[in-house]
Design a protein around this ligand. Structure first.
Ligand SMILES: [Zn+2]
Ligand SMILES: [Zn+2]
Length: 344
């Protein structure tokens, strides 16, 4: 089968012909219909984030059809539409048993520690295959598995409650899901902070109040828009120290800043004025849980979460097109989300 793989860190991905993986007794072989190209993949290719044994097939946002199920598998069968939870956990360690599976001591991640979705087929344990209703296109199912799931978990960590206000810093792939999900959580006003006109206008179409970071200080603008109070929740999706600082500074009394964007440098905070003086909280959010995915998929099936404008580009399973999409993501360009469609 065809697979687009990382052969050497810092080099473009390459198309290779590799065997279709064997399905074990507890696994499923999935024919991949859609694989999202994620900013994390830019980091793996560049060597900024560690990646498992090379060559490695990247891609952790995957949806497709079960081609074959192992003999012990009962939950899904051949022909079922599924999307794949990217974290493969042991299910037995203390973290797995206490609903903290993203910290599983034996966890491996698709497209990072083991072969992922930039390919025609993949084998995963059956419990990682989550049913995907007919109403949700494969491309959307793939994107749900990462960007949407990440922000859904972050909003739960934020304890966003009905009637509260939220500012989403970064209106890219994650931000568009965050804006819509914040509405589902009952947010009264959702502000979207970005420096890109196109993304701000899309955020506006999804019901957010755009705050243009290029036309003045977003912190004072958020204060002005909230009658001087600040926001109850600030969701930081960019991962730049200055933006993290702005997220903390924009908080109201009792506000919660949830950090999702991966920053390579520390950020500074005025602990007296910006945190303890407001009883504010700075919360880290990492990955998501398998148990959160069915709720998220149901929100997408109902149209509460609409990804139609988020998936902006589809490319074939070809190294050149995929490398170009990764380059564009690395330069913070390239629209919102590109998805690979192996079967065209
Ligand atoms: Zn991702
Ligand atoms: Zn575990």
């Amino acid at each position: 089968m065809k697979a687009v793989q990382l052969i050497e860190i810092g080099q473009p991905l390459q198309l290779r012909e590799i065997p279709v993986p064997a399905v074990g007794d507890d696994g499923v072989l999935v024919r991949i219909e859609a694989a999202g190209i994620c900013h994390s993949d830019v980091h793996y290719r560049a060597g900024v984030s560690s990646v498992g044994p090379l060559p490695q097939t990247l891609g952790h946002e995957i949806a497709g059809v079960v081609e074959q199920a192992g003999k012990n598998v009962t939950g899904v069968k051949a022909g079922d539409r599924v999307c794949l939870h990217y974290l493969i956990t042991c299910g037995e360690c203390d973290y797995c048993r206490t609903a903290k599976e993203q910290f599983c001591r034996g966890a491996t991640m698709l497209g990072k520690d083991r072969d992922g979705g930039y390919a025609e087929y993949i084998v995963v344990p059956a419990r990682n295959a989550v049913p995907l209703p007919d109403e949700i296109p494969f491309a959307h199912g793939a994107v749900l598995m990462c960007s949407s799931a990440t922000v859904f978990h972050a909003l739960r960590k934020a304890r966003l409650s009905p009637g509260e206000t939220i500012a989403v810093f970064g209106a890219g792939g994650l931000g568009m899901s965050a804006i819509q999900l914040a509405g589902a959580f009952g947010a009264l006003e959702v502000y979207a902070v970005d420096i890109d006109r196109q993304r701000l206008s899309l955020a506006g179409e999804y019901g957010a109040i755009p705050v243009d970071g290029t036309s003045g200080d977003p912190v004072s603008e958020l204060r002005r828009l909230t009658g001087g109070r600040g926001v109850d929740v600030a969701l930081e999706l960019v991962g730049l120290p200055d933006v993290i600082r702005q997220a903390v500074q924009s908080l109201a009394v009792f506000g919660r800043a949830v950090l999702v964007g991966i920053a390579e440098r520390p950020f500074s905070v005025d602990s007296y004025r910006e945190v303890l003086g407001k009883e504010a909280q700075i919360i880290g959010s990492s990955d998501h849980l398998l148990q959160e995915l069915p709720i998220l998929i149901e929100l997408a099936r109902r149209g509460t979460l609409d990804l139609a404008s988020v998936v902006t580009q589809t490319v074939p399973l070809e190294a050149g097109a995929i490398n170009d999409a990764l380059d564009a993501l690395g330069a913070f360009a390239g629209g919102v989300r590109t998805v690979i469609a192996p079967s065209g």
